[in-house]
Ligand binder design. Structure first.
Ligand code: FAD
Length: 418
């Protein structure tokens, strides 16, 4: 099956939250959009995340001195980071770039670039969901970072300083106030830092499905096909070779998450995109309530109440994209979460694993693909894709429609890795 070029203005490769938000934004601007993905909408990484929608993201994953903590994390089976034995030699170049990205002089530029993509995300989701009948999927929330050790909860630490210097509304609270906000939390937690005016969803995939349906209602279409090859077609447009035939489009937005680089290999582009695998455990019959997104600041996992139960999500596991999941990492969340919420009923757990598409500097690649006309990058959102999808979609749509040029989005340029 080959569609004439005029039928598709923009082909979006990938129906994760980045592809769906971008397709909706383009459809709302009057473009004829087709999403290509063999999988159901938001059934991969965007399915199982922690549901945190932050309009304030500005703290990169790589921070000065962080590497000193990593050996301790690696030997702790409950630690937030793990590297599968045998994978380290392959991972090493990425690790070196990750450490370099945490140099003090890189902090502010990266923080500003993260902030730009996340700003306004809660309002943007509310606006997009309005009229879908699914408005309740995104709620106002606090992001509650809880600490067992009172002294660790300091707003003077670098990450909190980065936020405060950008006027992020944060507040240090004591144990009594924490109990008022989250009555079911363990007495072992002595303090918390709140990030205010956040959002959260109790069904991340549901948000994607609602927005995809809205895009379809505005004229977009979804072809359930795996894209095998993309290339510019004699300067005028692009071609997609799929397992369902060939298609033409004026432009292609590549939003295939961790799988995006596979489609760039034929252009000789090698990018340091790593599968930063995360896990979740859902406890279907939790017997407790959690009112907000709650992050154990020391163990670095998030617990929140989803439509399906309490979801505990986190972990950064480096094992390569295709390695089998190690669900023992998800199962450990049961013990950890029980320390956070002692009354939590951990029967009937459901485990899940997904791969964050992570560049070493925590920023995605957006915009031009060097030497390749009409194919536009929109991938690599690491830990923040849910929160950054609306901001990304606006930038990508501005770029597609030539309202902005590559210069104005240079922090996200692929050229930073060439
Ligand atoms: C445990 C965990 C917790 C997280 N918590 C949060 C959080 O609370 N807040 C937050 O903002 N972010 C969070 N994230 C990160 C967030 O989930 C990701 O950044 C985001 O889902 C990435 O979305 P995506 O659309 O780029 O990728 P995906 O959701 O993976 O979508 C990519 C799509 O591309 C499709 N595809 C792949 N190859 C092809 C092909 N050849 N042809 C066609 N289609 C193709 C796939 O089928 C898939 O549907 C978390 C991640 C994890 C793992």
């Amino acid at each position: 099956m080959t569609l004439p070029e005029s039928r598709i203005d923009v082909a979006v490769v990938g129906a994760g939250i980045i592809g769906v938000c971008t397709a909706l934004e383009l459809a709302e601007r009057g473009m004829k959009v087709t999403i290509f993905d063999p999988a159901p909408v938001c059934s991969k990484t965007s399915y199982g995340n922690a549901g945190v929608i932050s309009p304030w993201t500005c703290v990169p994953q790589s921070m000065p001195g962080l590497w000193k903590q990593v050996p301790g994390w690696l030997i702790d089976p409950d630690g937030p980071v793990s590297i599968r034995p045998g994978y380290l030699p392959k991972l090493l170049p990425w690790v070196l770039r990750f450490i370099a990205a945490g140099r003090p002089e890189r902090l502010d530029p990266v923080a500003d670039a993260l902030f730009r993509l996340s700003k306004g995300s809660v309002e943007a989701y509310k606006k997009r969901l309005s009229g879908t009948g699914k408005e309740q999927l995104v709620q106002d929330s606090l992001y509650v970072h809880v600490y067992r050790n009172r002294n660790s909860a300091s707003l003077d630490h670098l990450g909190w300083q980065l936020r405060r210097s950008r006027q992020v509304p944060v507040e240090l609270i004591d144990k009594v106030s924490l109990k008022e906000i989250e009555p079911d939390i363990s007495d072992d937690y002595e303090a918390a830092i709140l990030i205010k005016q956040q959002g959260r969803t109790n069904d991340p995939a549901g948000v994607g499905v609602a927005l995809a349906e809205k895009a379809l209602a505005k004229g977009a279409s979804h072809i359930q096909a795996k894209v095998q090859k993309i290339y510019p077609d004699n300067g005028a447009g692009c071609k997609l070779v799929t397992d369902q035939g060939e298609f033409r489009a004026k432009k292609i937005v590549l939003a295939a998450g961790i799988w995006s680089c596979e489609l760039l290999k034929s252009f000789g582009l090698k990018l340091p995109l790593e599968a930063e695998r995360g896990y979740h455990l859902v406890l279907r019959n939790p017997g407790i309530t959690i009112n907000n997104s709650v992050m154990d600041a020391e163990q670095k996992y998030v617990a929140s109440l989803m439509a399906a139960g309490v979801r505990v999500a986190g972990t950064a596991e480096f094992a390569g994209l295709d390695a089998a999941p190690n669900y023992a990492r998800a199962k450990r969340f049961a013990n950890q979460a029980k320390k956070l919420f002692p009354q939590l009923n951990c029967e009937e757990p459901d485990e899940w694993m997904g791969s964050r598409p992570s560049f070493p500097d925590s920023l995605p690649c957006l915009g031009e693909i060097p030497g390749v006309r009409n194919i536009i990058a929109a991938f690599g959102h690491s830990h923040y894709g849910l929160g950054m999808a609306p901001g990304t979609s606006e930038i990508v749509a501005d770029y597609v429609t030539q309202r902005i040029t590559g210069d104005s989005i240079s922090p996200y340029s692929i050229m930073r890795f060439q």
